[in-house]
Design a protein around this ligand. Structure first.
Ligand code: SF4
Ligand code: SF4
Length: 128
């Protein structure tokens, strides 16, 4: 289950807001998304995989763990799932250059495809 958005690391790209299949996050005016509906998280790991700066942590447990953010940072676990799967050539820092991610966010959307229209709008507004 999604456990944390590390505010000090987040760059406010809103990629997690867009990729979450169950609409767990809300974008905010500060740029750092909030976990608005934690109970809707399916532990799919998509947000953690797509975060370009390893600012998210999704725990394998299906219920909240009350994990401490400082401990998360100190543990080195942030981004470890991306690295384990070989994303970004297994380097820290996330999916910034992943061509699949770039294509998904930049392709001109079919106006009937509401999800991609939303992605496109966010891209134009420099959120992603
Ligand atoms: S793990 Fe999946 S369902 Fe849970 S917040 Fe992240 S993207 Fe959404
Ligand atoms: S994907 Fe990462 S950097 Fe982007 S808004 Fe979400 S937590 Fe912040």
């Amino acid at each position: 289950m999604i456990e944390a958005v590390i505010e000090d690391l987040c760059i406010g790209c809103n990629r997690c807001v867009v990729v979450c299949p169950t609409d767990v996050f809300d974008a905010t005016e500060t740029g750092v998304p909030i976990i608005a509906r934690q109970e809707d998280c399916h532990t799919c790991m998509s947000c953690e995989l797509h975060c370009p700066v390893d600012a998210l942590y999704v725990a394998p447990q299906g219920s909240p763990t009350q994990i401490n953010e400082a401990e998360l940072i100190a543990s080195g676990i942030l981004g470890s799932y991306q690295r384990a799967l070989g994303w970004n050539r297994a380097r820290p820092g996330g999916s910034e250059d992943d061509p699949g991610v770039l294509l998904k966010f930049q392709r001109k959307p079919d106006p009937n495809d509401k999800v991609r229209v939303k992605l496109h709008d966010l891209s134009i507004r420099k959120y992603i």
